[in-house]
Design a binder for this molecule. Sequence first.
Ligand SMILES: *Cc1c(COP(=O)(O)O)cnc(C)c1O
Length: 223
Amino acid sequence: MQTTIAQRLAQIHAEIDALHAPQNVTLIAVSKTKPASEIREAYTAGQTHFGENYLQECLTKQQALTDLAITWHFIGPIQSNKTQAIAQHFSWVHSIDRLKVAKRLNDARPDHLPALQCCIQVNISNETTKSGLLIDELEALAYAFSSFERLQLRGLMAIPAPTEDEGKQKAQFDAIKKQFDDLNTKGFALDTLSMGMSNDYTIAIQAGSNMVRIGSKIFGARA
Ligand SMILES: *Cc1c(COP(=O)(O)O)cnc(C)c1O
């Protein structure tokens, strides 16, 4: 028998609870490529945080969902020419990986909205093909946020290189957690570690993640 979105959400919450992690974990439902009707279904089941990668697709869906109190997270690669709309239509941005994008988001964030909640995306596997900032450059970008009044730096986001090897998955998450802890030791007050997707979120939570971004396990495989 096919499960519903509500049942899959309940299952994920049960799996998270069963980990007995000390931190509270926020679940972001990643709804890219999925219709507004499925977002509404998840919302009706109690899900309020949604993550999207593609600006135009998301804006269209937002217009169909204005009656819902959704917290929207932008999690996809950011082109400079999209920063204005992202700053206007999202509460969170997880994928900031360069100064120019941060500056443009700050300039475009409307005064009547709260500060944009931000994570720096780090490239933990140091793969030049991957998006995300290299570790060497992380501290400088984190310091730069202090001059952006309309942005609040909350933490780090990462998408580790895919691997079936749980030991390697854990090592990558541990490495991100170490960067996070190091920044806080240096005086930052970061409270958000955005890591873990459908295939690896339990390992990410065990490594200290407190925000998981889960798509296919809630909404089914994407075309
Ligand atoms: C698509 C996506 C996800 C969700 O991936 P699933 O494997 O479907 O859970 C999470 N984070 C980012 C940045 C994504 O692009």
